[in-house]
Structure formats: structure tokens, C-alpha cells
Design a binder for this molecule. Structure first.
Ligand SMILES: NC(=O)C1=CN([C@@H]2O[C@H](COP(=O)(O)OP(=O)(O)OC[C@H]3O[C@@H](n4cnc5c(N)ncnc54)[C@H](O)[C@@H]3O)[C@@H](O)[C@H]2O)C=CC1
Ligand SMILES: C[N+](C)(C)CC(=O)CC(=O)[O-]
Length: 488
């Protein structure tokens, strides 16, 4: 059954939560008194649709239904998750909980996006404090996996586990913060860095742009993949963390930070920062900057995915959770038809300067389809480990139509020849019914020991024979055997 989330407050963060739930198949009900909320969420969703689905190497569930409600009590009906993302004011948040707890399912989880309030402050005077927990996300909520999950002893362990499971089911990484504290874990860092940066600008040491360069050209990239302690361990050389601490310990006594001293937000400082920020980034609209940010994040996160490390490992786990049933096995497939060998959304980093999928990525998609076809025939990871595999000898791609980031594509594969060491397949790539491209591949079975062509196992021979027999009724595909014609 489709799950339902209520989003209370649909600004920057509420819009991101709405997109995350919707694109993971949940129905979403929004309450926000802002008459512009529907437009704003629509724009966030457009950005999310082009970036999130392609982070997965399998298809996300079909999108849920999005509805807007004029009344808070109406919005929470049927919701098993209620995400509060109203402005960072304690009185307002408490007022919202009072109204919504009178109408919502007592079993629903009420998560607060608060950047800094402690859960005990949010539970104060609530009808059912045990229902409220901090679930602090990071912008863009539809892409970044981290949620700081901060409960109190009023929340039962079962409720905390249920919250973790539901967050994981939409691809989040819930970090259980065991002891409540103002601003949780991550915002304490962000606040420390923000305060230092304000001093650097105020004291005329660096501009906003120079500070951003100092982050993004160096330690920002490093932090993105290893965090703080693991990178410092490496920085300690062979002697590791102890050596690092011995070397840089004395600096703790030196004036390397102004952390305890906060610059006052005078008009002059606000103007200085806003002007520098305009000079640095004013040539882009906020929506453009969001798209630039999303493009960069997707590229970096997909690189981490290939390494199965950090945020990339979380994405891979989400794919595994989504995968069962995504592609048919030999026994599930209708072998008399081309077999579904790839179903995914086009990732942002597959698109190029022409605003569509780059030609090289068609080959990447067809190569993945070939890998899947091999797997279906029995040439899987175990078989390859035993010493047999296929090498591609020839490929031919026909580019028929354009495809854009976020588009759901499918590849269906017909066996043209599967005999002895020879494997000849014809892939057709579709978006819905629209044919986008065809890819023809000729492969040879090899021994990974001799690196020479060799006969496949009897099981693979049998599988090829089964598919070939089932597909005898299929016409020879249009475009198979084609070559680039000599210009007239
Ligand atoms: N902006 C950020 O970078 C982050 C913000 N947060 C937290 O998320 C929460 C929301 O922040 P933003 O989305 O940035 O603020 P925002 O100002 O973009 O959105 C707040 C939304 O709440 C709506 N609202 C106001 N009163 C309401 C009410 N009584 N009922 C329902 N909706 C109401 C407003 O119309 C607005 O659309 C805050 O607690 C903030 O600390 C958390 C992570 C990051
Ligand atoms: C600036 N901030 C405190 C609102 C930041 C956050 O809460 C998290 C984020 O997305 O950076």
C-alpha cells in the first residue's frame, strides 16, 4: 500500500522532503499558508526529478501523488510520517504540534527539520511528546543522505527503529544522535566554520569568493569522502592519528581560531557580505545555482558510488533495497520477446553541453545491458570468478532520438546468435514507446587464464539455445548489420 507523508511548511526544506518522499513512491500532502508554496514546491520538484532518479542504477518506484491542503488537520490525514519544516521559531513549532496532534494518527512519526532546537524543547507541553523527534536534513534534502535523528528518552526504542527504517526506505542515512545538544552534530561544525568565515570577511582578510575557493579547491572535496578524523589519520602519515595530534596539538594553544568571539551583524558587515556574494555569484539565479549544485553533487556522489564509499555506499544500499524484481531473470522473462536488460533514469552526469545524453553514455547503457544479458545466461560473477567470461569484439550504435536527464529508459535485448564462443546481441533503447537508439554487439567467450577465445560452459550453451529457440519468431531487427554508408 502506498505510504503517505504530510509536509508542514513547504519552503526550501519542506519542498526537498516532499520531493524525496514523492520520488520514492510516497503520496505527499502539503500544508503551507504561503500562496506561492505550490509554485515553489513545483520548482524544487523539477530540479529533483532531473537529479535524484539518475543517482540510482535501478528505477525508483513510480512517483506518488502530491496534494495541497488549506487546512493543517486535513493535511495530516492518513499520514504515517509528518515532517515539520516551519521557520526556526520555537513558539511557532510548538503551536503547530498542538494543532496537528489533535488531528493526526497517534502512531504517526512527527519529525522536525529544526537546525538547532533540542527534541526535549520541541516535546515540551506536547499532547504526545513520544511522537515527536528531530529529523534534521541537509539541503538539498532530495539528494543528500544525512538525517540527524535526535530522540529523547520519551521516544521508545521501537519508535526510533521505525523512524530509522522509514528514513532508510527513502534513501536517507539516519545518524542516531544519542545525546541531545543545541544544533546537533553537523550544524555545530557549520556554525563554527560560518563564524570563522564572517571574521575573515569582516577583518578584510578574505572575500566571500576567496573563502569559497579555500574550501572547494581543497579540504571540501576531502571532507566529502572521508570526513574529518579519517582524513587527519591519513595526514598523520604511517604513525597515524597519534602523530597527527602530537604535531598539531600545540596549535590548539595558538590563536588559530576566534571561535568564542562572534562578529556582530552590523549593517556594514551585512552589506559587505551581500555585495561580495553578489559580485561572486550574482550572474546566476538561485534556481541556476541549485542546478549547478545538483550537477556537481550528483557527479561527486556517483564517483563515491563507484568506490562504494561514504555517501556512495549509502546510495548502493538503497539500490539493493529497490532492486528485487527490477529486472527479470531467465525464468521470469518472456523469452519469446526481447528481454528487459536495463531500466533506469538518465543521471545528470550522463548529459553534455548539448543538454542531452552524451553519445558515450549510450554505450555505457548498452554495455550494462550486455552485462545483464550475460548474467541471465549464467555468465554471472561466480562464473567469471571461475575463469570464463565474454570480451566484446565489435559494437555498432545508431542514435535515433534525444534523451534528457531524469528520463526513464529501458533496454530490451534480442539474441541474434548464441552458439559456441559467439554471442551476437541487438539492444533497443526506449523511453516509453519512443525508440531512442539501437546497439549491436558481437562478443566472444574467452578463458580469463589464456585470454583467448574458448567454449562456454554447457549451462551457458543451453541458456543460449533456449533463448534462441524462443526468439526464432522475432523478425531480424531493422538496423541490425548496418554500417555507416559511404557518402554519395
Ligand atoms: N534552509 C536550510 O538550509 C535548512 C533549514 N532547516 C530547518 O528547516 C526549517 C525550515 O527552514 P526553511 O525551509 O529554510 O525555511 P523557509 O522559510 O524556506 O520555509 C518555511 C515555510 O514554512 C511556512 N510556514 C510558516 N508558518 C507556517 C505554519 N504555521 N504552518 C505551515 N507552514 C508554515 C512558510 O510559508 C514557508 O514556506 C527550519 O526549522 C530550519 O532550521 C534545516 C536544514 C537546512
Ligand atoms: C544554516 N543551517 C543551520 C540552516 C544549515 C542546516 O541546518 C543544514 C544544512 O543544510 O546546511
Amino acid at each position: 500500500m502506498t505510504k503517505t507523508a504530510a509536509i508542514i511548511g513547504g519552503g526550501v526544506i519542506g519542498g526537498g522532503w516532499a520531493a524525496r518522499f514523492l520520488l520514492n513512491g510516497w503520496d505527499v500532502r502539503v500544508f503551507d499558508p504561503d500562496p506561492e508554496a505550490e509554485r515553489k514546491i513545483g520548482e524544487v520538484l523539477d530540479n529533483a526529478r532531473r537529479s535524484l532518479p539518475g543517482l540510482s542504477d535501478v528505477l525508483l518506484p513510480s512517483e506518488g501523488a502530491l496534494t495541497f491542503h488549506d487546512d493543517l488537520t486535513d493535511a495530516v490525514q492518513g499520514a504515517i510520517w509528518i515532517q515539520e519544516s516551519v521557520p526556526e521559531r520555537l513558539d511557532l513549532k510548538l503551536k503547530v504540534y498542538k494543532s496537528l496532534q489533535e488531528a493526526c494518527n497517534p502512531e504517526a512519526i512527527i519529525g522536525s527539520s529544526t537546525s538547532g532546537f533540542k527534541p526535549s524543547e520541541l516535546q515540551e507541553g506536547a499532547l504526545r511528546p513520544e511522537q515527536i523527534v528531530v529529523t534534521h536534513p541537509f539541503n538539498p534534502v532530495y539528494l543528500l543522505p544525512l538525517i540527524e535523528l535526535v530522540p529523547t528518552n520519551k521516544n521508545t526504542p521501537e519508535m526510533v527503529d521505525r523512524a530509522k527504517d522509514l528514513l532508510k526506505s527513502v534513501g536517507f542515512f539516519p545518524l542516531h544522535v544519542k545525546k541531545e545538544i543545541d544544533a546537533h552534530i553537523a550544524d555545530r561544525f557549520l556554525e563554527a566554520v560560518w563564524r570563522e568565515a564572517l571574521w575573515l570577511v569582516k577583518d578584510g582578510i578574505a572575500t566571500t569568493e576567496e573563502i569559497d575557493e579555500a574550501i572547494r579547491m581543497g579540504f571540501g572535496i576531502r571532507w566529502a569522502q572521508m570526513g574529518l578524523f579519517e582524513t587527519y589519520r591519513v595526514a598523520g602519515g604511517e604513525a597515524g592519528m597519534r602523530h597527527f595530534m602530537a604535531q598539531f596539538g600545540p596549535a590548539l594553544q595558538w590563536p588559530w581560531t576566534k571561535l568564542m568571539d562572534v562578529p556582530e551583524f552590523t549593517d556594514e558587515l551585512v552589506d559587505m557580505i551581500a555585495d561580495q556574494s553578489d559580485a561572486q555569484s550574482g550572474m546566476h539565479s538561485i534556481r541556476e545555482l541549485e542546478r549547478i549544485r545538483d550537477n556537481n553533487l550528483v557527479g561527486m556522489m556517483r564517483a563515491l558510488k563507484a568506490q562504494n564509499y561514504g555517501a556512495g555506499a549509502v546510495l548502493n544500499q538503497h539500490d539493493v533495497a529497490l532492486k528485487p524484481g527490477a529486472l527479470p531473470t531467465m525464468d521470469q522473462a518472456d523469452l519469446s520477446q526481447p528481454i528487459l536488460t536495463l531500466a533506469r533514469a538518465v543521471p545528470l552526469d550522463w548529459t553534455d553541453y548539448n543538454g542531452h545524453m552524451n553519445e558515450a553514455r549510450y554505450l555505457e547503457a548498452f554495455a550494462a545491458a550486455t552485462d545483464r544479458f550475460m548474467e541471465i545466461m549464467g555468465c554471472d560473477a561466480d562464473y567469471i570468478a571461475s575463469g570464463g567470461s565474454y570480451f566484446t569484439a565489435e559494437n555498432h550504435i545508431r542514435y535515433i532520438d534525444e534523451v534528457h536527464a531524469g528520463a526513464k529508459i529501458e533496454v530490451r535485448t534480442q539474441l541474434l546468435l548464441g552458439q559456441g564462443k559467439k554471442l551476437h546481441v541487438f539492444h533497443s533503447m526506449y523511453e516509453g514507446d519512443k525508440l531512442l537508439a539501437t546497439g549491436e554487439s558481437f562478443l566472444l567467450h574467452v578463458s580469463l587464464e589464456t585470454r583467448r577465445p574458448s567454449a562456454p560452459s554447457a549451462e551457458i550453451e543451453d541458456a543460449m539455445a533456449r533463448i534462441a529457440e524462443a526468439q526464432t519468431g522475432l523478425p531480424y531487427p531493422e538496423g541490425a548489420g548496418a554500417a555507416i554508408r559511404k557518402p554519395a
